[in-house]
Design a binder for this molecule. Structure first.
Ligand SMILES: *[C@@H]1O[C@H](CO)[C@@H](O)[C@H](O)[C@H]1NC(C)=O
Ligand SMILES: *[C@@H]1O[C@H](CO)[C@@H](O)[C@H](O)[C@H]1NC(C)=O
Ligand SMILES: *[C@@H]1O[C@H](CO)[C@@H](O)[C@H](O)[C@H]1NC(C)=O
Ligand SMILES: *[C@@H]1O[C@H](CO)[C@@H](O)[C@H](O)[C@H]1NC(C)=O
Ligand SMILES: *[C@@H]1O[C@H](CO)[C@@H](O)[C@H](O)[C@H]1NC(C)=O
Length: 525
């Protein structure tokens, strides 16, 4: 069976099909069948997926799963992409982990309670940052528990980094050793926020970890449940880079070790990810740059990352948590991913948090609706015919290129793009912002609502057929606004207006029902 795997033809075919998005569905059962056969023959390490997800971001929207989660770490098991996050609640409520799996990074299956404190005798609260890895036919999760402070182990309080083991990726995981694996401070590092990494050169496993602004690396023995010893007799080597706070992560590409970590306070907006490169797994790790951080148009507090490397490709994703722009509760963290690109010299390019939604996952996790009956079906966001309704993303773009497809399904009114919008929750009477729409009566209009009062800024006649999909683009740069329909070079309407500088992006209808697809909101360059 092994030769089937390395077949260039098979890989190429599936790559082609996978690239078409919806046809991935057709490919997946085949892939799973092949994987199933190979697994039972080889029963070696888990086999990687064959479909190649090659996206610019989570094109079905970020967050990619529903719920408050943080500190995601990743693995690829049995042809599926897995994400293991912290449950983001008050410490006393952090007593379990959920996990998520996906064949394509689009549709995710939730696996609840893969590990709970019921199966870790010494853990009571604050179970954090599950780090998954596979070895010797077993699935391991390394986790922090109890949030011990520096003087507490001496007082008899138990806690630190534990290790749990399971026979399947989805668990159930149970404590492997009945006590913490790392239960004390070493070199000032709080025993939390671990990542486990197996070096492909020699099969040596390492654990990178640490909170309270100190990072350590230690060897894990072959059994994966005991700490090894370096040649100099020590067990914990401090590797703290400049600005390190927590959230250790190790990846390797082209023989280079990339140590990544989080900076800033996790509850504040400026939490961020930085990295270092080294030719040794033990460093030194000299801070090179901050690569992921808040964006005033998209989200705050972007940090504590994992990484997906799509096997046999140079496609990489950074998986991280962030706070929706308008949210302030420290625990309101959601998990997102974006593409991570490497420069020719091996450095990591600054990561752009992109805003897209093609609705391929059948969900609208990141949308808030104001009036109307909204659903997702057939890769479109649909609103039933109504007098006035909007669905908005929690964004705040100023200069923007905003695209979506729009199809009026019903009614004689209009459907369009809302941008630089504010005061949505107060309803139609108070809504402020711009609206660029196509109307079933045969026009394209750009207008503004100023605390509810509507003014047209420009209009053009254009035949608009019901149940026909039009690509609509708005570009707004400073006070210059253009609206394109179908033809993206010659605008249908242009106007100059400086009423609104920034605000939320979304879609809306007035006296119509409509479908919206392929939403993309980007900074105008
Ligand atoms: C985990 O703990 C629960 C509650 O004590 C117990 O019922 C269950 O059997 C345990 N699971 C495993 C896999 O040991
Ligand atoms: C993803 O989920 C959507 C909505 O349930 C479904 O229409 C689509 O077929 C799924 N895609 C795959 C690849 O399973
Ligand atoms: C939002 O509504 C309030 C109260 O009506 C108003 O004072 C404010 O100017 C509005 N904001 C915008 C951006 O229109
Ligand atoms: C959105 O951005 C504009 C322009 O940068 C800013 O004035 C406004 O306060 C922001 N709105 C919110 C809700 O953050
Ligand atoms: C979205 O874009 C994809 C890729 O270009 C295309 O296949 C699909 O038909 C589009 N969907 C909609 C609703 O416009």
């Amino acid at each position: 069976m092994a030769s089937l795997y390395s077949s260039v033809n098979l890989t190429a075919t599936i790559r082609f099909l996978g690239g078409l998005g919806s046809t991935t569905f057709i490919v997946s059962p085949l892939i799973h069948l092949i994987i199933g056969i190979a697994m039972s023959k080889a029963s070696a390490s888990p086999i990687v997926p064959r479909a190649i997800p090659d996206y610019t971001t989570s094109e079905a929207g970020n967050p990619f799963v529903e719920g408050w989660y943080a500190d995601p770490d990743t693995e690829i098991y049995e042809g599926l992409y897995w994400v293991f996050p912290t449950s983001s609640y008050a410490y006393d409520e952090q007593t379990y982990f959920d996990a998520f799996s996906s064949p394509d990074l689009i549709n995710w299956t939730k696996h609840p309670n893969i590990l709970t404190i019921a199966n870790v005798s010494w853990a009571t609260r604050a179970v954090w940052a599950p780090a998954p890895i596979f070895r010797n036919g077993k699935y391991y999760i390394y986790f922090g528990a109890n949030d011990i402070q520096e003087d507490e182990p001496a007082e008899g309080k138990i806690g630190g980094i534990g290790v749990a083991v399971a026979d399947k990726p989805e668990g159930p995981y149970v404590d492997a050793i009945g006590k913490p694996l790392i239960g004390d401070y070493h070199n000032g590092a709080q025993p939390i926020d671990q990542d486990v990494f197996i070096d492909d050169v020699d099969g040596q496993a390492y654990i990178y970890y640490g909170g309270h602004s100190h990072a350590n690396v230690a060897k894990l023995n072959e059994d994966m449940i005991s700490i090894g010893t370096f040649d100099d007799g020590t067990q914990y080597k401090e590797i703290t880079p400049e600005n390190y706070v927590e959230g250790s992560q190790m990846i390797k590409r082209n023989g280079i070790y990339y140590f990544m970590w989080s900076e800033g306070g996790w509850q504040g907006p400026d939490y961020a990810v930085s990295y270092a490169m080294s030719d040794s797994p033990l460093g030194p790790f000299n801070r090179l740059a901050k690569i992921l951080q808040q964006d005033s148009a998209v989200a705050t507090s972007s940090g504590h990352n994992g990484v997906f490397h799509v096997p046999d490709t140079d496609i990489w994703y950074i998986v991280y948590h962030r706070r929706p722009l308008s949210e302030t509760d420290g625990n309101h963290r959601v998990i997102a991913y974006d593409r991570m690109y490497f420069n020719d010299d091996g450095t990591i390019a600054s990561i752009q948090m992109l805003v897209k939604d093609d609705f391929a996952n059948g969900q609208m996790f990141d949308w808030k609706t104001y009036g109307g009956d909204w659903t997702v079906a057939n890769q479109r966001l649909t609103v039933a015919s109504t007098t006035d309704a909007r669905a908005l993303l929690d964004t705040n773009f100023t200069d923007v290129v905003f695209d979506a497809t729009i199809s009026i399904t019903d009614g004689s009114g209009d459907a369009g793009l809302v941008f630089r919008a504010a005061n949505l929750s107060t309803g139609a009477d108070e809504f402020s912002g711009y609206y660029a729409c196509i109307s079933a009566t045969g026009s394209v209009t750009l207008g503004k609502a100023d605390t509810g009062a509507w003014t047209s800024l420009g209009e053009n006649t254009m035949e608009v057929s019901v149940s026909t999909e039009y690509q609509v683009r708005v570009t707004a740069v400073g006070s210059e606004i253009s609206v394109f329909v179908g033809d993206l070079t010659t605008p249908q309407v242009t106007a100059t207006d400086e009423s609104f500088v920034g605000g939320a992006n979304g879609v809306g209808v007035r006296g119509a029902g409509a479908n919206f697809g392929n939403v993309s909101v980007a900074k105008a360059s």
